[in-house]
Design a protein. Sequence first.
Length: 186
Amino acid sequence: MIQLLIGGVRSGKSDAAENVLNEMIKADDQLKPAYIATSVAMGDETIARIQKHQQTRQSRFTQPIATYELDYQEADLLTVLNSLNNPKQVVLIECLSTWVGWYLSANNSLQENLILFEKQQTTLLSFLEKAQCSVIIVSGEVGCGLIGETELQRRYADKLGELNQKVAALSEHVFLLTAGIKQQLK
């Protein structure tokens, strides 16, 4: 089962996803929970945000949770997902927004980054179509924002919006978070 929780910045989507994970592991104590964090520390502010998430993450869950911090050199999303793909596993991916951003801003030309991202996106969607594990996905909603000033900003919004639509189509449940309120869309 795939569930997508989508919303704007500080909408409550991460807390809601963690609540969904907790509900699932309370309902079935045989489930093995895992948390995949896609954010990469770049600068003091990002490092502080990541550290805050790490410090509070474990205390939010009703049982120990395996955590995977992606570094995109040795641990990429698909490698980790494939290692967790079994029916007794439930995986929370936090979040697609930073995953897309990382690929589009890698150290190549924008065109090379777009090609790299398209390959990763295809692989992710193929995984989700056949996943044996349950997957809870957090992503940012970019459809309500302004049009970006730069080509990179516009491409990011386009690619994330397209990916969100494709993941939503594969999802059993889709929720929109606004001001901490969870609305079921699907």
